[in-house]
Design a protein around this ligand. Sequence first.
Ligand code: ADP
Ligand code: MG
Length: 447
Amino acid sequence: VWDKCLNELKKSIKPHEYKTWIKDLEFISVSGNRLTLKAKDNITKEFVEKRYLPLIQNVVGKNFGKPLKISIVLQEKASKGVMLELNLSTKKAPKIESNLNPKYTFENFIVGSSNQFAHAAAIAVAENPGKAYNPLFIYGGVGLGKTHLMQAIGNFVKEHFPSKTVVYVTTESFMNDLIDSLRNDRMTQFREKYRTVDILLIDDIQFISGKDRTQIEFFHTFNALYDSGKQVVLTSDRPPKDIPMLTERLRSRFEWGLIADIQPPDFETRIAILRRKAEDEGIEVSDEVLKLIASRIKSNIRQLEGTLLKLKAKAQLEGKPLDAELVRTTLSIEPGNSTSVSESFSETLPVDEIKKAVSQIMNVKIEDLDGNSRKKQIALARQIAMYLCKKLGNYSYPKIAAAFNRSDHTTAMHAYNRIKELREKDAQIQSLLYEIEGVLTRSVDSA
Ligand code: ADP
Ligand code: MG
């Protein structure tokens, strides 16, 4: 078919131009709605792209019977011998590392009201990659199962559609890969790698915030995949609209498909997750113990699992049974019935932790947060600290005011409202808060 196209092109282009630029273009593949050609050098590639792309596209569209996007590459990866014109995608030569952890599956993902929407969306995408929702954007707090669900999609596809290529990367390693490729002049390989997969899973996309070069490259990766009907799945700790310093065109693409959130698990789901984990680890525990743990740890499943393992280790070390008493002393829960326990305990962040993080990141003395200085930076830091006390610690306004040496609780309320408003419209404040919250939620996570 390509030869036919060449013949037709020959007729519509001046002979010497045809000979110089077009004649030696080599047909590589048609995959999805993209036709790939190889040029012998960069000059040819650039010239053809500038001058002849619409013409080639037109001719190709007619002869292949469907509109195709044209890519011109310098080096083809596909094997040179057999060249199936259509459907090269099923004959992919290079083996790509998926980076999937087989332990993350749908089978061992416990579904509850907090995650059932995201779970259903993930199943739909796994069963119908590229066709159900594209992209699928999953967001939610730390340790709530985003990575697990995303990798479950990948593992499912690998099992049920073995010919499809799946790549999982964190945003950070995508970025590092990009930097490496730019430095070592390997951008062609980089693009090959990310633009030819069937399913691209990118974890923690919020970290692309402010990374301009990565955003540009990812924009093109996204378009290439999307245009050829390939599936993109993204996770983030927040919805697209709350990711600061993200170009509008990427933000809007993140919103093209389906956005699904994961909420903290309710009590029943926490129990179910603990029970499952205990079974998997061969830990024998009573319901009472599970309830006690579930009432103490509420908003992070990683921590929930970690606590169970910690308790198991402690029980072994001290030669004691893993019973309610051990849980109580370890997690310092007073005796009493577990429902009242679940009411009275939460993982509150100490005010001092918040002050410390704010003072470090904003370079303001801790004493100044409690003082009366009206210097701009200090006043802002104080308001941010109060805001975070409300947002992350859920302290009452009178308590917050008191913790900052103030008698009037409306001060804390004003601070909260002001920062909340600023956060919505000021990218700098957004990223500042993002950084401080990052530090604070990490310290809670590893506590
Ligand atoms: P995130 O990426 O949202 O920070 P992860 O996917 O890493 O969270 O999940 C943290 C831990 O909790 C993992 O070990 C994961 O297997 C487990 N986990 C999360 N959600 C569930 C669930 N619904 N059922 C079973 N395990 C879960
Ligand atoms: Mg994760």
